[in-house]
Design a protein around this ligand. Structure first.
Ligand SMILES: Cc1ncc(COP(=O)(O)O)c(C=O)c1O
Length: 424
């Protein structure tokens, strides 16, 4: 049996209708920005393997860090034990994060980083003697992950629809005046405001101005509530700054990290909080303890690779590369804007976005399930470019090691695919 036949017999892929799935790509190896298939194709990874890869696949330094750590300590539980990879990484994270974020709680992925943030905010107020602060406020189009708490803080969408009765209610706002009104309305019942700073990802690659993020911080301060920044996507340079909060010069009370934290190698989440949040859990009363953990909390292999990834930021002009990609996207996407099927073009850091419109210019309404997405993906893949549009939102989010000529090539493929689309 071929790999695909064996896959078909026993596997269940994420976000995939398994009745008639498009055959998955059989990937046998990867290097730099390229994936190589069993049948000999070379494909440019234009979405950084779900936004996680930044230094390229199979990077020699990260490979070495992983292999070296595996020789010493592969894993040990993190309650009652500690180890150098976890401590070294926490020190580095605190040094590079916006000021004030000093205490690192590890978990497994982006969704768990968000779950931890939600639970910490909830219990923080209980521990502070303000248990009525139970209301979470989030943005329209938010996406924070697929576990139940992370789905709750996410906006209604195809991802959450079937589970709506399971989720706790969250107030939704779409701008600063809406946020101000919700904060007024709920007053001292608000536990936290959660945002994806600068760039909302799965909700449609929506770019926000820095003034919005700064405004959210100001309002949280004015109303005395916590600000949670979900930087699972935006952290580690993706928007052109190490963390997206830096665009606005703000410091959140809680930040959620994952994806590129390990350079895209291994699953690891980190929820980092201020001294004030941490101190609210210090007590001789056990009920104030944060009773949360995972079998693989602070996995040494993942921490060692994450540390090596951060060292690459110190040694190489990584953020300059992101800004170089951003300049190239700004120039290269300009010509896409003129195509009649294109409704909007936007970019931030190493993310270029093309939002398609209906023929005639109206906004497309089907969202994530818009079948134009799979058609665009198939056409790009045929040309050797892996993209995974969010319905009618086509985006390019490559590893930062992509060369100028590879960016040029990828943009040309996107342009030609869009140009060939019917419906002007
Ligand atoms: C902003 C944001 N938060 C959380 C998540 C969830 O991360 P994970 O898929 O690792 O659970 C994602 C995933 O795309 C994300 O973009």
């Amino acid at each position: 049996m071929t790999l695909l036949e064996r896959d078909r017999a026993h596997l269940w892929h994420p976000y995939t209708q398994m009745r008639s799935p498009v055959s998955p790509l059989p990937i046998v190896r990867a290097e730099g920005v390229y994936l190589y298939t069993e049948d000999g194709r070379r494909i440019l990874d234009g979405i950084s393997s779900w936004w996680v890869n930044i230094h390229g696949h199979c990077h020699p330094r990260l490979n070495r860090a992983l292999a070296d750590q595996a020789q010493r300590l592969e894993h040990v539980m993190f309650a009652g034990c500690t180890h150098a990879p976890a401590v070294d990484l926490a020190e580095r994270l605190v040094a590079v994060l916006p000021p004030g974020l000093t205490r690192v709680f590890y978990s497994d992925n982006g969704s768990t980083a968000v779950e931890v943030a939600v639970k910490l905010a909830w219990q923080y107020w209980i521990n502070q003697g303000q248990p009525r602060r139970k209301v979470f406020i989030g943005l329209e189009h938010a996406y924070h992950g697929d576990t139940v708490g992370a789905m709750s803080v996410s906006a209604d969408s195809v991802f959450t629809k079937a589970f709506a009765p399971l989720l706790f209610p969250v107030s939704r706002v779409s701008d600063l005046s809406g946020l101000e009104a919700e904060l007024e309305r709920h007053g001292e019942n608000v536990a936290a405001v959660m945002v994806e700073p600068m760039l909302q990802g799965a909700g449609g690659m929506i770019v926000w101005p820095a003034e919005f993020v700064a405004g959210v911080r100001r309002l949280c301060d004015r109303f005395g509530t916590l600000l949670i920044a979900d930087e699972v996507l935006t952290g580690f340079g993706r928007t052109g700054k190490m963390f997206a909060c830096e665009h606005a010069g703000i410091n959140p009370d809680i930040i959620c990290l994952s994806k590129a934290l390990t350079g895209g190698y291994l699953p690891l989440g980190a929820t980092v909080v201020t001294d004030a949040v941490f101190e609210a859990f210090l007590s001789t009363d056990h009920s104030r303890t944060f009773f949360h953990g995972h079998s693989f909390t602070a996995n040494p292999l993942a921490c060692a690779v994450a540390l090596a990834s951060l060292q690459l930021f110190d040694e190489m002009p990584v953020l300059e590369e992101v800004r170089r990609i951003e300049r190239q996207l700004a120039a290269g996407l300009a010509r896409v804007r003129d195509l009649p099927i294109v409704g909007d073009v936007r970019h931030i850091g190493a993310v270029g976005v093309v939002e398609l419109a209906e023929p005639g210019g109206a906004k497309r309404s089907q969202g994530y399930t818009d079948q134009i997405g799979p058609r665009l993906a198939a056409a790009c893949l045929e040309r050797g470019l892996l993209l995974r549009p969010l319905g009618h939102v086509l985006y390019f989010m490559p590893p930062y090691v992509i060369s100028p000529s590879e960016v040029e090539w990828a943009l040309s493929q996107m342009f030609e695919v869009l140009e060939a689309l019917p419906g002007r």
